[in-house]
Design a protein around this ligand. Structure first.
Ligand code: ZN
Length: 144
């Protein structure tokens, strides 16, 4: 980067870029000079500059070949991960799907299914609050 006059009255920094990396390098430097806060993207792990509001956790680099950015997929990925780790939720969802299939097969009524869902969610809340163990919750699901 060198300084030179760009018009009769403006003397400023001029970037002669050899390629995209020079441009990126310049942008990073400019951001550091402007003291923009940087944050590590929760999805791809690369640093990005926070220019908008402070709550952003994902960068907007393209992430997949469908053109989604980290920001697009970020919320979904963490939901997937959270639900995988959330064992009471997984147990509930598995049983929910099983019973939902029973309605379609005409083996239980809609009302029975909804009533079960209500009881199951109450049990899940009890499990989330450690009032019953995960094993007890799963046992309840299987026998309810
Ligand atoms: Zn990212």
């Amino acid at each position: 980067m060198i300084c030179e006059p760009v018009s009769s009255s403006v003397f400023t920094e001029v970037l002669y870029a050899d390629g995209i990396y020079d441009v990126l390098d310049y942008c990073v430097r400019a951001c550091i000079m402007e003291e923009y806060p940087a944050r590590r993207c929760k999805n791809c792990g690369k640093w990005f500059i926070l220019t908008g509001h402070q709550g952003l956790e994902y960068c907007n680099r393209p992430f997949d070949d469908k053109g989604h950015t980290c920001r697009d997929v970020g919320a979904g990925l963490t939901w997937e991960k959270r639900s995988r780790d959330d064992k009471p939720f997984m147990a509930y969802r598995k049983e929910y799907k099983k019973r939902f299939a029973r309605i379609r097969a005409g083996r239980i009524s809609n009302e029975e299914f909804l009533a079960w869902g209500k009881r199951a969610r109450a049990q899940k809340r009890a499990c989330d609050k450690d009032k019953i163990t995960l094993d007890e919750f799963i046992e309840w699901l299987e026998n309810s």
